[in-house]
Design a protein around this ligand. Structure first.
Ligand code: SF4
Length: 339
């Protein structure tokens, strides 16, 4: 199989053209075709001579990957399925909202983190995605070119695939790449501290942390990562960074009936987040097969939100989208695997 050009950074392209003894500026020309133009083959890179195109084609392919399935919800949310290694699949969601089109990308094939409430966890870990496969989820959907926001909240834990995730953000935000503002990108983690610190150091995108409960015992049951990286340590690290200006930190909080929506949770959340400029996004739980967890009714979620707001924590309830198309991440690809 030929090596893919799509997914290479400008530096990597420069090394590649040097090896082929081509002029240095060829690297920028190739980056332009890969990330700024609507073409999909080396042969369409028409400002490169025929000889150069042939030379490239001997070793490389352009490298886009087409989706094999698309499902559209009645609310306009779409879910794309892309093939990856060993006949496995990854999922990408496109969520349209008024003047925005947000794409939710996967960063791994399956996941090893074992969160109790997550369907992707049930697939186990199958492999890492390359930067090219991550960026392809934005480039190879029908809405490519209209994407306004990107969230790394699909399958996988981004900081368990840190290098490829950072490389994908470099391609998305560099002037030689997609030229997007890092303020339009949010990376969501369950709190892998070393990866999170490296991310905060090396890029400007927003951070979202899956919190789900402020109590260690409870969080350990929901998210095994709590054993290695307790939530108070995660928050203590975050408090060392400046989130007061353009960069934002938010906390994702799936509300589970009778489990993490009490007055005690409100108080403890206010305590651990005090002094941090942040937001909590409350998420309704979409029951996944095989878990005992349930979603509370809307009134309970609204009350929980009001109580957090009263404590001075900016809290919103995320709208449920795409419920009719296996919206919970991991459901569609699992179904495909089992076909
Ligand atoms: S919630 Fe995220 S980190 Fe946890 S198992 Fe699912 S994909 Fe992995």
């Amino acid at each position: 199989m030929k090596e893919k050009l799509f997914g290479k950074t400008l530096n990597e392209l420069q090394v590649l053209v040097a090896e082929l003894e081509l002029p240095k500026f060829t690297a920028r020309q190739i980056a332009d075709w890969l990330y700024k133009k609507d073409v999909s083959s080396i042969d369409e890179m028409t400002n490169l001579s025929k000889n150069v195109r042939e030379l490239l084609t001997e070793k490389f392919e352009f490298g886009l990957i087409a989706s094999t399935k698309v499902q559209e919800s009645s609310d306009g949310t779409k879910k794309y399925l892309f093939p990856t290694i060993q006949n496995k699949f990854i999922e990408t969601a496109m969520i349209p909202e008024r003047d925005r089109k947000t794409v939710c990308v996967s960063s791994q094939v399956g996941c090893k983190m074992g969160c109790l409430f997550c369907f992707t966890a049930k697939q186990g870990f199958q492999g890492q995605l390359t930067a090219g496969e991550i960026v392809n989820q934005i480039r190879s959907i029908s809405e490519a070119g209209e994407v306004s926001n990107i969230v790394y909240m699909g399958m996988g834990e981004p900081f368990d695939n840190l290098d490829e995730v950072l490389k994908s953000i470099e391609i998305l935000t560099s002037e030689w790449g997609f030229g997007m503002s890092p303020r339009r990108i949010t990376v969501s983690t369950i709190g892998i501290i070393p990866g999170m610190l490296s991310f905060l150091e090396n890029c400007e995108a927003h951070l979202a942390v899956s919190l789900h409960t402020p109590f260690n015992e409870e969080r350990r049951k929901l998210m095994p990562v709590e054993v290695a990286y307790p939530i108070e340590d995660v928050v203590a690290e975050i408090k060392k960074w400046d989130f007061g200006r353009q960069r934002r930190v938010s906390f994702e909080y799936i509300v589970f009936e009778g489990l993490n929506d009490s007055e005690g949770h409100v108080k403890e959340l206010a305590k651990i987040l005090s002094g941090l400029k942040c937001r909590i996004n409350l998420i309704r739980f979409h029951p996944v097969p095989g878990t005992p967890l349930k979603s509370p009714d809307d009134k309970t979620i609204q009350h929980f939100k009001d109580e957090l707001n009263k404590k001075g924590i900016l809290t919103t309830i995320r709208a449920s989208r795409g419920q009719d198309i296996y919206a919970a991440c991991g459901l569609l690809s699992t179904k495909e695997l089992n076909n």
